[in-house]
Write a protein that binds this ligand. Structure first.
Ligand SMILES: NC(=O)c1ccc[n+]([C@@H]2O[C@H](COP(=O)([O-])OP(=O)(O)OC[C@H]3O[C@@H](n4cnc5c(N)ncnc54)[C@H](OP(=O)(O)O)[C@@H]3O)[C@@H](O)[C@H]2O)c1
Length: 369
C-alpha cells in the first residue's frame, strides 16, 4: 500500500513538473531576430513579416524573396488582402496553446495574412484552371505581400465581374466560415429561425446573408451603431444587445450561430427549439493559455446531455466552398461589408484595428497603394 502511495505521489510530482515546464515553454517569447536579407540578385517584393510574438508594432514591411511557383501553383499579384482575427492570434501567439502549431518562442512562419484578391502573374506547368491576367481570390498563407503563390488545389477561384478586388479579398475566411457553420454544422433549412450572435463582424455579416440565401428567417445581434448595417444585409430582425438580452425573450430559434460567446450554453438552450442547434464559432475570451478554446470545451461539456445539439466548429479551406461563395456573390445574394481600407505601409494598423473587436464587417489592405 505504501509502495503504491509512493508511485502515485511520484507520478503526481512528475505530472505537475511537466505541466509547469510545458506552461513555461508555451509562454516563452524569444527576442526578435534581425531580418534576413534576400540573397543578392534574387527578385524581391514587399511583404508584411512577423519575426517574433507581440503587438502590431513588431510587424514590419520587408523586402522578401518572391515566392517560388510550383508546377501545380499560380503566382498572384495581390491587389487587396483582408485581415481576420486569426492574424492577430498568430501575431501574438495567443492563446498560447496555438504555439504547438505556430512555433515555440517565435513564429515558424514569418509571413502574415490569408485572404487575397489579385491577378494571375505566373502559372505553373501543370495548371489548367487559370490563365495569365485572370482576376482571382482565395486563401493562402502570406497574403499580406505583393505576391502570393497558391496551389491549384487550395481555395482559389475567379472573381465575378461585378465584384471589386477589395470585396473579393474580404470574403474567403469569413465567408467560408459562415457558409460551413450554417450549411454543414447547423444544416439550416428553408423557413428555420436562425440567430447570429455577433452579426456585424467579419463572420457575422456573411452569416446573416448566407442564412437568408438558405431561406431562413434571420435575427442578427449587434450593438446600437451596427443595427442599420445588419438590417441592410437582410436580417429580418435585429436585436441591439445594449438594450435587450435575447436569451430572456420568447422567440425560440432552430439555429444559433455564436461568434462571440457572450452567454452560457444554458442561456442559449432556453431560447432554442427542442431540436435546436448551437454552433460555437468564436468567442471574446482572451484567456492567455486557452482563449476561445475554453469556451468551446465548456460548451461541448454542457452539450453532452439533452435533445439540443451543441456543435463546435473549425472551418476548413475548401476550393469548392469558395466557388459556392463566389456564385452567391455573383447572384447578388451575398456582398462584402467593408469597414476600413489601409495601404500596405499601414497593414499593421489594420490588424491593430481588428484586434479592438469593433470592426464593422471586413478590414482591407490595399496592396496597390
Ligand atoms: N471557428 C472557426 O473556424 C472560425 C473562423 C473564423 C473566425 N472565427 C472566430 O469567430 C469570431 C468572430 O470572427 P470575426 O471575423 O467576425 O471577428 P470580428 O470581425 O473581429 O468581430 C467584430 C464584431 O464583434 C462584435 N461584438 C463584440 N462584442 C459583441 C457582443 N457582446 N455581442 C455581439 N457582438 C459583439 C462587434 O460588434 P459591436 O461593435 O456591435 O459590438 C464587431 O462587429 C472570432 O472569435 C474569430 O476568432 C472562428
Amino acid at each position: 500500500m505504501r509502495r503504491w502511495r509512493k508511485i502515485v505521489s511520484g507520478l503526481a510530482v512528475v505530472g505537475v513538473a511537466s505541466g509547469v515546464s510545458m506552461a513555461a515553454a508555451l509562454r516563452y517569447e524569444s527576442a526578435c531576430p534581425p531580418a534576413a536579407a534576400p540573397v543578392t540578385g534574387t527578385a524581391t517584393m514587399k511583404a508584411l513579416h512577423q519575426r517574433c510574438y507581440g503587438g502590431p508594432e513588431l510587424l514590419a514591411i520587408r523586402d522578401a524573396a518572391m515566392p517560388e511557383v510550383a508546377d501545380d501553383a499560380v503566382l498572384v499579384r495581390v491587389h487587396a488582402a483582408a485581415v481576420n482575427p486569426l492574424d492577430w492570434h498568430f501575431m501574438r501567439g495567443k492563446p498560447y496553446v496555438m504555439r504547438f502549431d505556430s512555433g515555440f518562442g517565435a513564429p515558424k512562419d514569418v509571413r502574415v495574412g490569408v485572404d487575397f484578391a489579385g491577378t494571375v502573374a505566373a502559372i505553373g506547368k501543370s495548371v489548367t484552371r487559370f490563365t495569365l491576367g485572370e482576376r482571382v481570390f482565395g486563401a493562402a498563407n502570406g497574403a499580406l505581400a505583393e505576391y502570393v503563390a497558391v496551389r491549384e488545389s487550395q481555395p482559389i477561384v475567379t472573381i465575378p465581374e461585378s465584384v471589386s478586388f477589395a470585396e473579393a479579398a474580404a470574403a474567403p475566411v469569413a465567408g467560408m466560415t459562415a457558409l460551413q457553420a450554417l450549411r454543414d454544422k447547423a444544416k439550416v433549412t428553408r423557413g428555420q429561425k436562425v440567430l447570429v450572435n455577433g452579426a456585424s463582424g467579419g463572420v457575422g455579416t456573411y452569416a446573416v446573408q448566407i442564412a437568408r440565401a438558405l431561406g431562413a428567417e434571420v435575427t442578427g445581434v449587434c450593438s446600437t451603431r451596427n443595427v442599420e448595417l445588419v438590417r441592410s444585409l437582410g436580417a429580418d430582425h435585429v436585436v441591439d444587445y445594449t438594450r435587450e438580452n435575447f436569451t430572456e425573450g420568447n422567440v425560440r430559434y432552430d439555429v444559433i450561430i455564436d461568434n462571440v460567446g457572450t452567454h452560457t450554453v444554458s442561456d442559449y438552450r432556453r431560447v432554442m427549439t427542442p431540436t435546436g442547434v448551437l454552433v460555437v464559432v468564436g468567442s471574446l475570451d482572451d484567456g492567455a493559455f486557452l482563449g476561445p478554446v475554453k469556451t468551446m470545451v465548456k460548451a461541448k461539456a454542457a452539450g453532452l446531455f439533452g435533445s439540443q445539439r451543441i456543435e463546435l466548429f473549425l472551418s476548413t479551406a475548401s476550393a469548392e466552398d469558395l466557388g459556392v461563395l463566389r456564385d452567391l456573390m455573383q447572384q447578388g445574394k451575398v456582398r462584402s461589408a467593408i469597414d476600413r481600407t489601409y495601404p500596405l505601409a499601414e497593414a499593421a494598423d489594420a490588424i491593430a484595428y481588428l484586434e479592438t473587436g469593433r470592426a464593422r464587417g471586413k478590414v482591407i489592405v490595399d496592396l496597390t497603394k
